[in-house]
Design a protein around this ligand. Structure first.
Ligand code: 13P
Length: 259
């Protein structure tokens, strides 16, 4: 049984006034979300304001990155404990923009995942292939490598507290989403791997989100695929109404959890 999860990744958008307005809009439009869990991941600086707006509502919040150490001389970094202190439920890790623009390695990401779990955060690990890798037939090899590396050293109970996101790099911010069939194929493959790395039960309960040009008009066909358990939304999460529509379209049919 998996309740779909829809997460808004605001990336580097939103000063305080915009963040408050956007979070309030989402909160007011999703007072009692049925059959879907929703969270917002604003920039670090907006987290306290967003937490204040969302406190007491069913909408959760999280961050877009964290460091792996608890404290120390790491100028410009944010520790997972600092995020937990702000009430964050999630932290996005291994996003393709972190991997490609900021040269994060699989080893960095694995350390971040482990640190997030130590602090009671749910790491939302992102995996995905580039257009070139897909052309070369390497999609499964790439996502498998990223998953095995990102979860290296974790026990089955830790994996069970995690979330996965399949975000093909070629679909991020391009307006070209994976087709439901393309996404479903990779999600099915990832679920098989979760079964191997943790257990069959964990594979059945772990949520695997799809991300990459999810919009109000394609959300339903993607998230109603059997192995797609919600969405990680970038650009379309910056408009409250559109994001609310995506969340509603991602809800399980009948408002109950997917089998
Ligand atoms: P877009 O929805 O803008 O394609 O971004 C996807 C993404 O990177 C979410 O993490």
């Amino acid at each position: 049984m998996r309740t779909p999860l829809v997460v808004g990744n605001w990336k580097m958008h939103g000063g305080l006034a915009e963040a408050r307005e956007l979070a309030s809009g989402v909160r007011d439009g999703l007072k009692r979300p049925r059959g879907v869990e929703v969270a917002l991941c604003p920039p670090f600086t907006a987290l306290p304001a967003v937490a204040e707006v969302l406190a007491g509502s069913p909408i959760g919040w999280g961050a877009q990155n964290c460091h792996w150490e608890d404290t120390g001389a790491f100028t410009g970094e944010i520790a997972p404990g600092m995020l937990a202190e702000l009430g964050c439920r999630f932290v996005i890790l291994g996003h393709s923009e972190r991997r490609h623009l900021f040269r994060e390695t699989d080893d960095d990401i694995a350390r971040k995942v482990a640190a997030a779990l130590r602090h009671g955060l749910q790491p939302l690990l992102c995996v995905g292939e580039t257009a070139e890798e897909r052309r070369q037939g390497l999609t499964f090899t790439v996502v498998e490598g990223q998953l095995r590396a990102g979860w290296a050293g974790l026990g089955a109970d830790e994996i069970a507290r995690s979330v996965l996101a399949y975000e093909p790099v070629w679909a991020i911010g391009t307006g070209v989403n994976a087709t439901p069939a393309q996404a479903a194929e990779v999600h099915g493959y990832l679920r098989g791997l979760v079964s191997e790395l943790a257990s069959k039960e964990t594979a059945q309960s772990l949520r695997i989100l799809y991300g990459g040009s999810v919009k109000p008009d394609n959300a339903a066909e993607l998230t109603q695929q059997p192995d797609i358990d919600g969405a990680l939304v970038g650009g379309a999460s910056l408009q409250a109404q559109g994001f609310i529509t995506i969340a509603k379209k991602s809800a399980s049919r009948g408002g109950s959890s997917k089998e």
